[in-house]
Design a binder for this molecule. Structure first.
Ligand code: MN
Length: 729
């Protein structure tokens, strides 16, 4: 057994020697010995010595021409996770760079990839990239996964399928995105073997059955192409290969074809020295074979977002069988195989085409750093990637992945689950430990919200901590709702203040006749809803005032002056209007309204005002509006003497304002007085001022002043009441 890994180690050294990159062999050997020693008690599930695994991973990494730090890290990648060695030990022995790589790979192992929904896959892939932080970590992790996939056979069937699905869903798409096609194809083919073994072996057999036929076909084409290109003095390597199984599988699946119906199972690849040779070779190929229309793609002029460059064409070969030709330079080929990994290798070649990566912002950023890197150390730094720095990916306890803006806190997390969770949030656990609420979540954290039914809502300070607008909005919403009482008072006061400011106090704008159309128009259910909206700023005060003024104008002032004797005589179904309780000299029946500004009740000294088109409105003689009318000659002419008609059946609304010391139960005492008097209460509004004074406004229906005076007297005798007044204006 020992031989098998010693041999593998020799192979690793050979690759490193052949590549001729600057390699610290002493360190590589030390890493190998540490790995061998650390894993010496361990076996792979297959029963093989464990160290074969890190060695295989290191070979893949070396083949991709990564630096010796990466090779050492590949050798040591499972040491911290599986043995007694710590990351500090690695740092002491191999330095910061190797230690960071090992740490990065170890952290990536913590991601749970188990079955997720497709929308979560993308987050997982992003999380993977975000956590990797260094392109070399990704490459080591891919090499690790590749070797695990090749040794999957010794796992349970369930485990095999799970790993294969992960590989297909997370690793292969990432490899694709990073342009690492060689690894991508290997991973896909290995996954297919476990996910759909029947189809896999069908394809493998199908291809090998026709192998001879195909090989002859390819050989003819290669020979024909080679002689043509030699004549043109184009140096190139031509290579024919079967397409990888998974892409055939996908074609069979999506196009519903059998293997026999898929012609381009093989592709011929021409690798040239220069871009000019690529186009020359393309011309030659099109001279030899008829190109299929619509199948030519110039990825050299228009590279794929993952930096892939090549010319693709499908032509009609011998016997009318179509096949694909791919033409590219050696360098493009390296990129096609190893993608982003190849780019590091070519960083000194200066060939990195600017147009290569324009579509992929973060790759572009990487290449920018790469171009600027001059010395070895800087180059290493430039390998560090900072993908998705503006995002952080975390897990729910159930393993769902969620993404947040960088710096987001457990509060953001809680509100993104549900506002009910956020509002009941007491604390948070990250990876099983309690954290402060302003903890900035890190990639891969498992976040758990601790809720308590004793919590009655978010804290206002949270608004300063949260990073998502979702959490902010939900907290704001909660406060709006929660502070309803305060907002109602605030809103009402704001309206009253504005009425005062505009010197409109005398017009009793807040009477129901004006308020009702207002709240209806703006879709409020109750006055309180409207006040509350004004209170938290959802409804501008000015809108309220101007609407009330409009209603007032409609009510009081109309255009033409009506002589007394043509006052419209109406019969209203309303009790008040029907039997108004008012006698006007010389008029039997006319439209009577009780002015809302002073709310006269029987017993009050009253006067009538002939409105413009809306009958006679009845005011108290001491009403300020009447006082104003006396000033203007024309207005004065509209005043008319009226008297009460004694009729106990008519009810009048009276408004009372009570000022009292704010004590518990004061409102209850007031309502009790009204109830004792058997007076129907219409509205009640109570508020407290900062000075601890309660202002209670009530309205109720009475029949005369006598009754009203009794009520006022009783209200005045309630303990704590300072003043009881009728609203006179
Ligand atoms: Mn491993």
């Amino acid at each position: 057994m020992a031989e098998s890994y010693e041999k593998l180690y020799e192979q690793l050294c050979e690759i490193l020697h052949k590549k001729g990159t600057k390699v610290n062999f002493e360190m590589v050997e030390k890493a190998y010995n540490v790995a061998k020693e650390a894993h010496k008690e361990q076996k792979r599930v297959s029963g093989m010595p464990y160290v074969l695994h890190p060695l295989s991973v290191a070979i893949t990494v070396a083949e991709m021409e990564m630096d010796w730090h990466s090779v050492c890290a590949a050798l040591l990648h499972d040491v911290v996770e599986d043995t007694d060695y710590t990351i500090e030990d690695i740092r002491d022995m191999f330095g910061e760079s190797v230690a960071e790589l090992v740490d990065g790979v170890t952290k990536l192992d913590k991601i749970q990839y188990s079955d997720k929904e497709e929308r979560e896959m993308e987050n997982l892939r992003k999380m993977f990239l975000a956590m990797a932080k260094d392109i070399r970590v990704i490459i080591i992790k891919f090499a690790d996964r590749l070797h695990n996939m090749t040794t999957l056979i010794s796992m349970s069937e369930e485990k095999q399928r799970e790993k294969a699905r992960e590989t297909l869903n997370i690793f292969a798409p990432l490899a694709h995105r990073l342009g690492m096609y060689k690894i991508k194809w290997e991973l896909e083919d290995l996954s297919l073997k476990y996910i759909d073994p029947i189809a896999y072996y069908e394809i493998v057999e199908g291809i090998s059955q026709k192998r001879q036929e195909r090989e002859e076909f390819i050989a003819t084409i290669k020979a024909t192409l080679r002689s043509k290109l030699e004549k043109l003095n184009i140096d190139c390597a031509i290579d024919g290969r079967p397409k990888h199984f998974y892409s055939i599988y996908r074609k069979m699946f999506t196009q519903n074809k059998t293997l026999d119906q898929i012609y381009d199972l093989f592709a011929v690849r021409v690798i040239t020295d220069t871009v000019a040779d690529c186009y020359a070779a393309l011309g030659a190929a099109h001279e030899l074979y008829i190109p299929m229309p619509g199948r030519f793609k110039d990825y050299i002029a228009m590279p794929k977002p993952n930096m892939y460059q090549s010319l693709h064409t499908t032509v009609i070969g011998p016997n009318g069988i179509p096949f694909e030709i791919q033409i590219r330079t050696r360098e493009m080929h390296a990129v096609a195989e190893n993608g982003i990994a190849a780019h590091w290798k070519y960083k000194n070649g200066g060939q990195a085409d600017k147009s290569m990566d324009e579509n992929l912002a973060w790759v572009k950023q990487l290449l920018e750093m790469q171009k600027d890197a001059t010395d070895e150390e800087e180059f290493i730094t430039s390998l560090k990637i900072d993908l998705f720095t503006d995002q952080v990916f975390v897990f729910t306890p159930k393993g769902d992945v969620m993404s947040f803006p960088a710096g987001a806190t457990p509060i953001d997390f809680a509100f993104s689950i549900h506002s009910a969770v956020g509002c009941k949030m007491q604390g948070a656990k990250v990876n099983g430990k309690i954290v402060p609420l302003d903890y900035a979540m890190q990639n891969g954290d498992i976040v758990e919200v601790i809720t308590s039914s004793a919590i009655h809502g978010p804290n206002l300070d949270w608004l300063k901590i949260v990073k998502t607008s979702q959490a902010r909005n939900k907290i704001n919403q909660w406060f709006k709702k929660e502070n309803r009482e305060a907002n109602i008072i605030k809103g009402r006061e704001a309206i009253e203040r504005e009425i005062k400011r505009q010197s409109l106090t005398g017009y009793n704008l807040m009477r129901t006749e004006y308020m009702d159309p207002l709240i209806k128009r703006y879709g409020f259910k109750t006055y309180e809803d409207m006040f509350s909206a004004v209170g938290f700023g959802g409804m501008p005060v000015n809108k309220v005032i101007s609407r009330l003024k409009e209603e007032y104008r409609k009510d009081v002032a109309t255009d033409d002056i009506l002589p007394v004797d043509t006052i419209e005589i109406v019969k209203s179904s309303k009790k008040k209007a029907n039997n108004s309780g008012i006698v006007i000299e010389g008029i039997d029946s006319c439209l009577i309204r009780y002015a809302g500004c002073c709310n006269p009740v029987p017993g009050d000294k009253i006067i009538g005002y002939i409105t413009r088109g809306r009958g006679v409105s009845i005011h108290r003689q001491d009403c300020t509006n009447i006082a104003n009318a006396y000033i203007d000659e024309e207005e004065k002419a509209r005043l008319i003497d009226v008297t009460w008609e004694i009729n106990k059946d008519v009810a009048f609304t009276s408004h009372i304002k009570i000022v009292a010391n704010d004590r518990t139960g004061i409102v209850l005492d007031v309502t009790n007085v009204i109830a004792d008097m058997k007076v129907p209460l219409k509205t009640i509004n109570a508020r407290a001022t900062k000075e601890n004074v309660a202002i209670i406004e009530i309205s109720f229906e009475i029949t005369d002043t006598e009754q009203l005076e009794k009520i006022i007297h009783k209200l005045s005798s309630i303990s704590g009441v300072i003043e009881v007044t009728r609203s006179t204006n």
